[in-house]
Write a protein that binds this ligand. Sequence first.
Ligand code: F6R
Length: 617
Amino acid sequence: MCGITGYIGYRNAYPIIINGLKRLEYRGYDSAGIMLFDGEDIQLSKTKGKVSNLEEKVKDEISKKGFIGVGHTRWATHGIPNDVNSHPHLSQSGNLVIVHNGIIENYSTLKQELISRGYTFKSDTDTEVLINLIEEIKNQYDVKLGKAVQLALNQVVGAYAISVFDKTKPDEIVVARLGSPIAIGIGKDFKEFFIASDASPFIEYTKDAIYLEDEELAIIKKGRKVNVRKIKDDSLVDADVHELQLNLEQIEKGGYEHFMLKEIYEQPRAITDTFRGRLLAKEGIIKISGLENNMKKFLNAERIIIVACGTSWHAGLVAEYTFEEFARIPVEVEYASEFRYRNPIITEKDIVIAISQSGETADTLAAIKLARSKGAFVFGVCNVVGSSIARENDSGTYTHAGPEIGVASTKAFTTQITILTLMALRLARAKGTMTSANYRLHLQEMELIPRKVEQLLKINEKVKDIARIYKDATNCLYLGRGFNFPVALEGALKLKEISYIHAEGYPAAEMKHGPIALIDEKMPIVVIATSKGHYDKVVSNIQEIKSRNGKIIAVVTEGDKIVKEIADHVIEIPETEEAFTPLLTTIPLQLLSYHIAVMRNCNVDQPRNLAKSVTVE
Ligand code: F6R
């Protein structure tokens, strides 16, 4: 949550910081702020609202001059979103400045101590406590900023990525990380440095970056190599410099009205990128290096536990069906947030698969740490290369979906399903739980999926027409069975998060056990009724809805005749193997949510109260 940017160098810092904040706005967008040092004074401007509000405010408030500065876009944790609680925060003397992403859990105790030493506080934030703690230590021990930050962080319980500036030593910025990401872009000959929560704010300036690890601190000074140290004991760290693979085009909208729509349309390419070099259908080969290198472990696993949150959890549910169906390995799918706190039974014979688009989700990260501490082998499925979860695992694989900026996850979901399905197929082959002919058939069919998604995207206008009819609905039900039960959950999540219409997903047969009471002539019900997989049963469920006058939007396989007769609206998907249908059925549901949200004038890419990367628990 929260995005941090910073710059130190020879260019005007303002545009770099503001544009960087815009790229990081997906991380949180309830307030924004900037600090520039103009050579003499700190120029500070902050406001409730988005970065665009900040740009307006800055015009009247500060000079926009300076070669050093920090910026912040916030997702509130402590203190409501208002101007005062926005970052950056100043220390009591006004000399120190901080931006912070994360939560200081023991802030209340620290605050009481500081109050007893004469400190007063303007905001309700934990961050203002931290900057005053740093100031207190700096004064008390007469140490430099880096040392003061290190000593202060040793007193802190919680999670953070911080960036700190000292007006009395205006040639350096100190950054630190525990649990929240921070990247440092390195300019040519160390003449400039960029600081950001991910590398997107500085990709047009440099391809070299250091990603701080947990419990590391860096002192960034113009003209010098970055000085990385351990927070615990101040020991020196030889940090790796990574070459960034991102390019500017990947993080821009490319003519689409919203990132979400762009990302929906990117799915044929994203799925292809996921299996590129891994799926050789003609040869009958699936090769995923993380899996190959640990094949023995997977073959001996008595159980797979999948941990994830939100949409990634839904992808995990689909994987439960594929791993059990193809590879005959028992699978349990857990919310990472529940798993981490319920003293789960984990043994060395378990494999834990952690799924995360961002690779930064705090609960998933904690679940991984717990599983590893109990001896389980942890395999990560992440999209963001070099993310915390990707680094924390024993092994893993990337989805290669490319940057996902829209807060509502779309291509991350389909690419997660793709890689997990390939893993299940590969394991099925290795275990001999699938015939060679069936295996090859699935490989050949998988190769066709991107083309089928492309074909399916042509239904956009039709889905838009359906959206127009139901845009004012107050409730919506999504039903599916088997492989498509998780898709029903995902469809409902997509609708509620971006359109704010209450929506629920259910296994179709569960409808009778409660939700059927909700059905009346105003209620749209999206039913996934593909030709394979309990088709007849779903048709019966549709009849039950019809006899209660519910409005049925059915997703069927092309050529369907029976459902067409009963449903109010029918969306056809191309024929495919049953296990692959989620890759297709999910597409119209994404489009439906998207259009409904647009028609309701909702902010599709940045829905209220949400953030792309949930780095707090
Ligand atoms: C929904 C959505 C969230 C995320 C969840 C996990 O559209 O995006 O539910 O799926 O916050 O995030 P990751 O996958 O980054 O761990």
